[in-house]
Design a protein around this ligand. Structure first.
Ligand SMILES: *[C@@H]1O[C@H](CO)[C@@H](O)[C@H](O)[C@H]1NC(C)=O
Ligand SMILES: *[C@@H]1O[C@H](CO)[C@@H](O)[C@H](O)[C@H]1NC(C)=O
Ligand SMILES: *[C@@H]1O[C@H](CO)[C@@H](O)[C@H](O)[C@H]1NC(C)=O
Length: 214
């Protein structure tokens, strides 16, 4: 009974987090800040996609918007959210989870639009900013004093964003603009998730490998 109480107390003390892991995470994010541009990850090319907004009244037409080219900027600005937490011991490994906020990230896109005004088609540019409440959980493991191994990055199941027209005009009434934003959010969320769990995760993994588990 007494031994069990002690064990629980020990587990509780690490569950509170570890300031050394927090500062390590900050160092890795700051290393990435200096490397992502060279690695071609800030900015990184965005993939083209299309949006279709149906007519919703007698005075407007179907709108087609081709997001033809653009980039994702700001991945080097991710910041740690609250303290990293001790998740579990995997054998002699310690496993920590650190949350980062994605609010520095924006998609800057050129868009060819037709159907919103009398012109056959016209070009606008949009900026989609990821809401800063959107998080990703980075998990690492390692034996104290040994090389850190990056385990995974899990992005929130719902990514939210705000899209603005930065150049040109998009003539959509409020419900149609809301639908436009919804489709843009859906597509760029999938792209962001893919970038974070693909090339960004690789860069993180390399950055962590240069440190030992505190
Ligand atoms: C994003 O757009 C591309 C190209 O149109 C399409 O292949 C992909 O399925 C879309 N993804 C989502 C989640 O809408
Ligand atoms: C996101 O929130 C964090 C914590 O409040 C803050 O440090 C950071 O500057 C914010 N980022 C943006 C882009 O607003
Ligand atoms: C969008 O792309 C489709 C096919 O790729 C093309 O037929 C259409 O004309 C384009 N629309 C605009 C507004 O550029």
């Amino acid at each position: 009974m007494f031994a069990r109480v002690l064990l629980i107390a020990a587990a509780a003390s690490v569950a509170c987090g570890n300031p050394a892991v927090d500062s390590l995470m900050d160092r890795v994010l700051s290393d990435l800040k200096n490397q992502l541009n060279t690695l071609g990850l800030d900015p990184v090319r965005a993939s083209p996609f299309k949006v279709f907004v149906a007519s919703n009244g007698p005075f407007n037409r179907d709108v087609r918007a081709n997001f033809t080219e653009g980039s994702i900027v700001g991945l080097s600005g991710l910041v740690r959210n609250r303290d990293c937490t001790y998740l579990r011991a995997g054998g002699s490994n310690r496993v920590f989870g650190c949350e980062v906020l994605l609010g520095s990230t924006q998609f800057m896109m050129n868009v060819d639009v037709e159907g919103d005004n009398a012109m056959r088609y016209h070009r606008i540019s949009t900026g989609t900013r990821i809401d800063n409440g959107t998080r990703a959980l980075i998990m690492v493991r390692g034996i104290q004093g040994n090389q850190i191994k990056f385990e995974s990055i899990k992005v929130d199941s719902s990514i939210t964003s705000t899209t603005k027209v930065l150049r040109g005009r998009l003539e959509l009434n409020a419900p149609r603009f809301a639908e436009f934003r919804r489709q843009v959010n859906q597509n760029i969320s999938a792209q962001l998730r893919k970038t974070l769990t693909g090339p960004y995760a690789q860069a993180l993994s390399n950055a962590f490998a240069r440190y030992t588990m505190p």
